[in-house]
Design a protein around this ligand. Structure first.
Ligand code: SF4
Ligand code: SF4
Length: 414
């Protein structure tokens, strides 16, 4: 494993933040902070602020803190002290330079993974508090450029990658034809009213990784699933607006997704392998729209694949010889450092992610020394973030989705 650049410190230039800051006045800052605090927060924030005893027990939970030699600025409570607490204490009277630092902390030094909340004796949700900071940053117009672009793209075209109206069905048809070379009677059914399942994906799939749609189609076909995909808007289940604090756009996007499923009269929505998209549909967007639970049964690809294998609809022809768990693992595993919209802040903050997750690199390296060759991650952002870490620290692991593996090991028609 290559020696990490522990002390790399350069001032990041980000046009979204820097131009936004140049337009701020102290009056505007004070007004926005107090409006958000007074009209959009309530007992939850107040209880967290008043309950925290500043004990620092959450610190060891955060990969940024561990990866920066336990620098308290990167501890979860340290990030709160540098942002929302100061805003509350000073009743919004903070400087543009303070807002600049708050934007960088909230948008690029927290993945909203909530690991810290599991280790706080009171269950204080630091990620929620930093999401309030993101909301303030959004309303001040200081969001990092790349993620703001993505949210804007989604708002305008109803998909985050600016996939044009005709490109979407064209891509599905292309993948159907590719898959027909392997299974001649395979179809990717579009706009099939009354299907059991609407399958939705995130926009990077048709844009960059169309083979994932091919693989999903093969799995659906072999399992005999009655499924469909929408031919027009509502197919992209991703949501960077959720991570920029643009709740209004988040609500529009989730409504479009749910309304598409309603229009097609499907029984449930199965979502491709993506973590944040599931969170946006199952937890955040639905609640913003007023539903405590989503108005449709929502199933993540992993649960869907598990059921297909358990019910014998997919049979495994060959198995991987060993599975080596990372340590810590499951809900205690370290975040990929890409989630929470951090990877979507783009190239200016790439090294923030890579240096902020040295602990992940060490964990991966240890798992590799035990014999692992393939790293499995059921999420696009995890994939891209882990790829950067594996590459930067020269760990040498192949990274796959579950869909890649199932497609590879399942029984298929001759
Ligand atoms: S958030 Fe919890 S663990 Fe962290 S300092 Fe506050 S009380 Fe302690
Ligand atoms: S990155 Fe995760 S562990 Fe660290 S402060 Fe954010 S939510 Fe907590």
């Amino acid at each position: 494993m290559a020696e990490p650049l522990k002390k790399e410190k350069t001032k990041v230039v980000d046009e979204g933040i820097d131009v936004g800051i140049s337009r701020l006045t102290e009056e505007k800052i004070e007004s926005v902070i107090n409006t958000v605090l007074e009209t959009e927060t309530g007992a939850r924030l107040k209880i967290y602020v008043e309950t925290c005893i500043h004990c620092g027990l959450c610190s060891e939970a955060c990969h940024y803190y561990l990866s920066h030699d336990k620098d308290p600025h990167y501890s979860p409570v340290g990030k709160i002290k540098q942002t929302i607490w100061e805003m509350i204490k000073k009743r919004g009277r903070v400087s543009p330079e303070f807002i600049r630092r708050a934007a960088i902390i909230a948008q690029t030094e927290c993945n909203m993974c909530k690991r810290c909340a599991q280790y706080c004796p009171f269950g204080i949700d630091i990620a929620y508090m930093l999401s309030v900071v993101r909301r303030i940053i959004h309303k001040l117009g200081v969001t990092p450029l790349y993620i703001q672009d993505t949210a804007h793209s989604h708002s305008v075209t109803m998909n985050q990658m600016w996939v044009k109206g005709d490109e979407w069905p064209d891509t599905l048809q292309w993948q159907e034809e590719e898959a027909q070379a392997e299974i001649p009677d395979l179809r990717i059914p579009l706009e099939k009213e009354g299907a059991d399942i609407m399958y939705s994906v995130i926009a990077p799939e048709p844009k960059f990784q169309a083979q994932l749609i091919y693989q999903a189609a093969v799995i659906m076909h072999v399992a005999g699933v009655n499924w469909t995909m929408p031919a027009s808007v509502g197919w992209d289940n991703s949501d960077m607006a959720m991570f920029t604090g643009d709740n209004e756009v988040m609500g529009r996007l989730k409504r479009a997704h749910f309304e598409t499923a309603a229009r097609l009269k499907v029984k449930k929505i199965v979502m491709g392998e993506c973590g944040h998209a599931f969170r946006s549909v199952y937890d955040m967007g639905n609640r913003w729209l007023g539903w405590s639970m989503p108005p449709f049964t929502i199933v993540h690809a992993i649960e869907f694949y598990y059921d297909l294998i358990k019910d014998g609809r997919i049979k495994i022809a060959k198995k991987y010889k060993t599975v080596i768990e990372m340590h810590p693992n499951r809900e205690h595993n370290y975040c990929c450092c890409a989630g929470g919209g951090v990877i979507n802040t783009g190239p200016p903050f790439k090294m923030t992610r890579i240096l902020g997750n040295r602990v992940k690199a060490e964990q991966l390296f240890e798992t590799k020394t035990k014999g692992a060759e393939v790293l499995v991650a059921p999420c696009h952002n995890c994939h891209s973030g882990l790829h950067d870490i594996v590459h930067h620290y020269e760990i040498g692991l192949d990274i796959k989705f579950f869909g890649d593996i199932i497609y590879e090991v399942m029984e298929k028609p001759e």
